[in-house]
Design a protein around this ligand. Structure first.
Ligand code: F3S
Length: 437
């Protein structure tokens, strides 16, 4: 692999032990993936922040690296932690867990990292530009950056992302290269996909089939493809499979100019699809809804309704505030989001509206990375395909999976109600769709 003089001196230890160790990791990854050289990154997103996942060994690893003088050289932000940093006591987290989580954050801050604690850094001022090279470690954000924003990042592991943050570089392979960004699966969607949960169900089904492939969607209504719904689609595909990038005809930037007839490609308007692409037809979302709903009891009572996976945008919070305004919730409602978005929601009055109804806007964390077993939350409703996918395995929770409207209604009425679904999404709830756009 070609290294510049500066990169070689980093590897030789001229910049200190912390940098040497980081460059060793970057070069090792580049060697494994046969990269020709390194590429500068403009931003790094570090995953593996919750003490629940890191444990004592992870904390020690971070402390040692920080003590060796490792400091980030590019803007670097953090994935969700295991608790809300400001409200952890009110929400029921233990003193012990809070101390451990603070120790993790202290180690990251010592390295110069901004403790944003969100899986949607693009909502809090860290949206990359088209073509930017990144080293992001959160699968839903990786998918959003590559697909919706047209930036370039592989899915980095925790140490790989930190190493990139310290050296300011990552190995140039995978999705950093043009030739690896073409779709190898054509997904022909022949049913309505409208609600956020429809996009989650679709993402679950496609991710399961294409694994780490790159799907190209045809047949989705561009008007339904709002940023919030695309974040849900990508998150679900990255959870049930390992999809790090997708294209949507007429929507995502690298597919926007694609012809609608792939038999007649022109030099300038060729869809980014490999010639030998596999074809998948989706004519119903039923399989996704059924697989993601593990709590199969009509009129179930719930411990919690959870919205905000990936972390909710201000628009999503505004829509929920409008729905619960003046109501009294019978089931606790948590909307998880970035602390900065929570502050914006407070400035606009949405926070107060949701709290007056009895709900919470929870910052910095989510139900999958928080130790929610300690909080006794076992029966959870969500509109998130990713949240529903990981709920049983990571949070030991039974899940009701449905539309945002179903979730909010369950919070208001105190029980989950199934609804009749057609072959795809539910036309009856189109008004809700308009509300969340
Ligand atoms: Fe984010 Fe947690 Fe979902 S990290 S994508 S809210 S599982």
């Amino acid at each position: 692999m070609k290294l510049s003089d500066t990169e070689q001196s980093m590897l030789n230890g001229a910049h200190g032990e912390g940098v040497r160790k980081a460059m060793e990791i970057v070069v090792a990854l580049g060697t494994i993936y046969e990269a020709e050289d390194l590429v500068p990154v403009s931003h790094v997103q570090v995953s593996g922040v919750s003490y629940k996942n890191l444990g004592e060994a992870g904390l020690e690893f971070l402390r040692e690296w920080a003590a060796q003088g490792a400091r980030v050289s590019v803007p670097t932000t953090l994935n969700p932690a295991g608790m809300d940093i400001e409200q952890w006591r009110e929400l029921g987290f233990s003193e012990t867990f809070a101390a451990q989580q603070h120790a993790v954050l202290d180690a990251f801050v010592a390295m110069g990292i901004t403790p944003t604690c969100t899986c949607a850094p693009y909502l809090v001022g860290y949206a990359p530009r088209f073509g930017d090279h990144l080293a992001w470690g959160e699968s839903s954000a990786v998918s959003y950056a590559n697909s919706v924003l047209g930036a370039r990042t592989n899915r980095e592991g925790g140490p790989g992302a930190l190493a990139a943050a310290i050296t300011g570089r990552t190995a140039r392979y995978g999705l950093h290269l043009d030739e690896n960004r073409r779709a190898n699966v054509l997904v022909d969607v022949r049913c309505p996909v409208i609600e956020t949960s429809d996009f989650g169900a679709l993402g679950y089904m496609v991710g399961k089939q294409v694994k780490n492939g790159i799907p190209y969607f045809r047949g989705l209504d561009p008007a339904a493809c709002t940023p919030a719904k695309l974040k849900s689609l990508g998150a679900a595909m990255a959870a049930s499979g390992a999809v790090a990038m997708y294209h949507i005809e007429g929507v995502t930037p690298e597919a926007r100019q694609a012809t609608t007839d792939r038999r007649l490609p022109t030099a300038d308007h060729r869809p980014p699809i490999a010639n030998n692409a596999q074809i998948i037809i989706i004519d119903s979302l039923e399989e996704g809804y059924t697989a993601l709903s593990t709590l199969d009891a009509p009129r179930s009572t719930l411990d919690l309704v959870w919205i905000g996976c990936p972390h909710a945008s201000l628009d999503e919070i505004a829509a929920i505030a409008a729905q619960v305004e003046g109501k009294k919730l019978r089931t606790p409602l948590w909307v998880t989001t970035a602390r900065q978005v929570r502050e914006q929601a407070a400035q606009r009055g949405y926070l107060q509206t949701i709290e007056q109804a009895g709900g919470r806007i929870v910052g910095d964390t989510c139900l999958i990375v928080a130790p929610i077993e300690e909080l006794g939350l076992k029966r959870i409703a969500t509109n998130s395909g990713k949240g529903a996918f990981y709920g049983p395995s990571h949070a030991h929770a039974e899940i009701c999976f449905g539309t945002t409207e179903q979730c909010v209604q369950a919070a208001i009425s105190g029980e989950w109600r199934e609804r009749e679904r057609g072959r795809g999404g539910d036309r009856a709830t189109e008004s809700m769709h308009k509300l969340t756009e």
